[in-house]
Design a protein around this ligand. Structure first.
Ligand code: BTN
Length: 328
């Protein structure tokens, strides 16, 4: 009788679940059920027990993040097959890479409540404040060649959009290639790191940071960052976002691996792209220019039509794309 299985039953019932039902379901004694409930309560779950009725999980406006919370919500075949949860760590990407080097299987998911050395793209720092953020890293061991791997970040971006949409009802958008924004402010960042052997991939770590329950941000970033709580006006379950993200990622990754490119996801990706059909400024180190964003091609490059009618193909690498009025 695992704690995540009890939580799943209690959530599904959404009412009183009798001790008898639990005993029969798990083939255990009443004392074992009582002990398990006591343990869950000590972990912060508000479980009411009423004589002759049973146990009831009070729908809490709190947000618990733990291995059990995540596992009790996962419905995946392989993504998150092993969940390593840490209250605090340096960087979940680093943890995931270390575990990969010691033989961990594809699907391992490292999640932390807070990071002390969170890494962003282009050597930047990524903040994951305690009790409010998601910092997670998923391990992949794909068969495709290293050149294809950079596209996986776009697959995760799409999965995050769908997960946030499903859990919160918000309509997040993708800022190419892989930031997720709501009302023009960033809510998700993704950093993919790869380890190769000659000509082949050893492993890929897809790291995702989500601003979930922050009430505010520091002066430096408050004009460009937001959280799901700020946008919805209520606390959002981080475990639910993690579980939904894994579900969508698994579904989209199947399509991606089958094609070994983004052709099967391009349409969905482009329809969630914040810049589609809009004017963008391309900050290319070889010369800046403006044009209209046409969305991505099959390998995730952004197509921008310049005002002379020519189409530029932009590879993510060193190039930034901005809306003409700022970050988005
Ligand atoms: C970005 O700069 O937009 C990417 C941010 C990626 C942050 C995530 S949080 C989980 C994982 N661990 C890290 O150290 N970074 C990524």
């Amino acid at each position: 009788m695992k704690k995540e299985e009890i939580l799943l039953l209690l959530r599904e019932k959404n009412g009183y679940l009798s001790g008898q039902e639990l005993c029969e379901h798990f083939h255990v004694s009443r004392t074992a059920v009582w002990k398990a409930m006591k343990q869950l309560k000590s972990e912060g779950y508000q479980i009411e027990s009423v004589q002759n009725k049973g146990y009831y999980l009070v729908n809490q406006e709190t947000d618990l993040l733990s291995e059990v919370e995540i596992r009790s919500r996962l419905h995946t075949k392989w993504a998150g097959n092993q969940v390593v949860f840490k209250e605090e760590t340096g960087s979940t990407n680093n943890d995931c890479k270390l575990l990969a080097e010691s033989g961990a299987k594809a699907g391992l998911l490292v999640v932390a409540d807070t990071q002390t050395g969170g890494k962003g793209r282009r050597g930047r720092v990524w903040q994951s404040p305690k009790g409010t953020a998601i910092a997670m890293s998923l391990l992949l061991r794909p068969d495709y060649i290293p050149d294809v791997a950079s596209q996986i970040t776009l697959v995760m971006a799409l999965a995050m959009v769908k997960a946030i949409e499903k859990v919160t009802g918000l309509e997040p958008k993708i800022k190419w290639p892989n930031d997720i924004v709501i009302c023009g402010k960033k809510v998700v960042g993704i950093l993919t790191e790869m380890s190769t052997e000659p000509g082949a991939i050893n492993h890929v770590v897809v790291g995702t940071g989500v601003n979930v329950n922050m009430d505010c941000f520091s002066d430096e970033i408050q004009s460009v960052a937001t959280s799901l709580k700020i946008e919805t006006g209520h606390v959002v379950s981080r475990a639910e976002i993690v579980a939904e993200a894994m579900g969508y990622f698994e579904e989209f990754n199947d399509i991606f691996e089958r094609n070994q490119n983004l052709s099967g996801l391009k349409e969905m990706y482009n329809s969630n792209l914040v810049s589609i059909g809009k004017e963008v400024r391309v900050l290319d180190p070889n010369g800046e220019f403006s044009g209209i964003s046409q969305g991505i091609n099959d390998i995730g490059e952004l197509l921008v039509t310049k005002y002379d009618g020519s189409v530029e193909t932009i590879y993510a690498g060193e190039v930034s794309v901005r809306g003409i009025y700022g970050y988005v």
